[in-house]
Design a protein around this ligand. Structure first.
Ligand code: FAD
Length: 459
């Protein structure tokens, strides 16, 4: 559906008021691209609900009229997840941004899905709390729930799924359901909360959530470790995790990426394979003991340099540079487009995957930056290409394909954290076999008319 008729416009405007529904060209264009190279179709309109009741009324109308509805958070996805593929309505969740209650005594927060991650952490910080999943981008909580986002601290703290306790979801026909509870554990039937986490808006719209949160660690220690060989760096990851050191972050960076970061941020890091690590603990002396052990283990793996005692300002700068890796790559290659490879493997297979990806980039002679959340076996390659050069783009797609296939072959997944969206649909059968069929049947059961975010997860 590419345009709404006047009656539809009147009904949708009537639900939210004319200032929160738009069929204007610029609003429609702003809601048909995330940061991926995938292209969808312009939506016929964009709507900004503010509460569950409005979402319910919008969906029951859309359901009756078979209008496709695509929820939209901050639009920072990398696989085309929030891009409408059949026009229809984009439901922008950013005005559903209320934090209802922070309950420090329960380590919980109740909120709406349009709350931004950084804003949530600012508010939680005043209670000595934080929400650990950290995709770097200032995503909405709803987008993080829908993609099961994770990030640099997942190695210690887990992914978004580990923090979602309770949801209010509006189903495609407008019915409102509650899933989960506020107790720390439950064995009560099927875990529907978990079904909606990672469902990318294909089963309904999350309108409220109760999240578990964590206490801000009293002491942190940042460490950088350098290696002559990439393989040694990735093996040190495996050894550190296996030794029970419990790093709070363990990131691997290759020399090419460090080179770009040095240029842009004057980090002065040696341009060799490098690990950025962070440890959290109850005292500085305990952390220093851990760092000593980490140093020994890394040196046994061939580390050439080990730096700890990094000051707070430098620590923040290092993490800012790491979080902005994608932006740095983009700024360093103006006029180009990026394809972000995201795959995850069992930790023991990480070293060979990293070397496989790096060799592939070199063999194909393309611009590609290998890095990743090494501590949880998550590998990224940012491939850079000319959007107009179809031949080159096919080479990049082929590299993506081969890395993902290899990850699945060794027992991993086609997406560690970015979700399926449009880009990873083609790998779902290979990864899930018959379970993919069950997923499709679940989708048909919950959304028989297929109005919710069509064209995602399933082809
Ligand atoms: C520089 C950069 C770095 C990144 N690094 C990481 C990383 O380290 N880890 C990681 O996990 N991701 C990363 N991402 C990807 C992205 O930030 C995350 O996937 C994030 O969770 C997307 O949130 P969003 O608010 O932008 O959602 P959107 O992109 O707007 O939407 C994501 C999905 O959620 C659905 N959705 C949104 N709101 C709702 C709702 N209320 N109910 C139901 N469905 C909804 C949409 O339909 C879509 O399918 C990165 C992105 C960028 C730009």
């Amino acid at each position: 559906m590419l345009e709404f008729n006047q009656e539809q416009i009147d009904i949708l405007s009537g639900i939210v008021g004319s200032e929160r529904f738009s069929v204007g060209e610029s609003n429609r264009k702003l809601h048909c691209r995330d940061i991926s190279p995938h292209r969808g179709t312009n939506p016929a309109g964009v709507i900004w609900p503010v509460d569950t009741e409005e979402v319910s009324r919008i969906l029951s109308f859309a359901y009756r009229q078979s209008i496709p509805v695509t929820p939209w958070g901050a639009g920072t996805s990398t696989e085309g997840n929030p891009i409408p593929t059949k026009g229809g309505l984009v439901m922008d969740m950013t005005q559903m941004n209320r934090i209802f209650e922070i309950r420090p005594q329960d380590f919980q927060v109740d909120l709406q899905p349009g709350v931004l991650r950084k804003e949530l952490n600012r508010k939680l910080g005043t209670y000595g709390l934080f929400f650990p999943p950290d995709p770097g981008a200032d995503a909405t909580i709803g987008g993080m729930i829908a993609n099961n986002a994770s990030g640099v601290q997942t190695v210690k703290y887990g992914a978004t799924a580990d923090y979602v306790m309770k949801l209010v979801v509006v189903l495609p026909d407008g019915k409102v359901i509650h899933t989960g509870c506020k107790a720390h554990k439950s064995s009560s039937g099927y875990c529907l909360t978990r079904l909606f986490v990672g469902s990318e808006g294909t089963l309904g719209v999350v309108t409220e959530a109760t999240l578990r949160v964590a206490g801000i660690p009293s002491h942190t220690l940042a460490v950088t470790v350098t290696f002559a060989e990439l393989k040694d760096a990735s093996e040190a990851v495996f050894v550190m995790i296996g030794s029970g050191l419990e790093p709070a972050a363990l990131e691997l960076l290759t020399p090419e990426l460090i080179g770009l970061m040095n240029n842009e941020k004057a980090l002065n890091l040696p341009e060799v394979p490098c690990l950025f690590c962070e440890f959290h603990g109850i005292s500085r002396s305990a952390l220093l003991e851990i760092a000593e052990l980490a140093k020994e283990l890394c040196e046994d793996c061939g580390a050439s340099g080990f730096k700890f005692g990094i000051e707070e300002a430098e620590r923040k700068e290092l993490w800012r540079a790491r979080h902005e890796a994608w932006e740095t790559i983009n700024r360093s290659h103006p006029g180009k487009e990026t394809l972000i490879v995201d795959a995850a493997v069992p930790i023991s297979r990480y070293p060979e995957m990293i070397v496989f990806a790096q060799n592939l980039v070199e063999e194909k002679q393309v611009l590609g930056y290998v890095f990743g959340h090494a501590g949880d076996g998550n590998l990224h390659v940012v491939l850079v290409g000319d959007p107009g050069d179809e031949r080159q783009w096919r080479v990049l797609e082929d590299i993506n394909h081969r890395i993902v296939e290899r990850a699945i072959e060794v027992g991993g997944t086609c997406t560690g954290e970015h979700g399926v969206g449009i880009g990873k649909r083609k790998f779902m059968s290979l990864e899930h076999g018959d379970s993919y069929d069950l997923m499709r049947r679940l989708k048909e059961l919950v959304d028989p008319k297929g109005i919710m975010n069509p064209g995602k997860i399933f082809t």
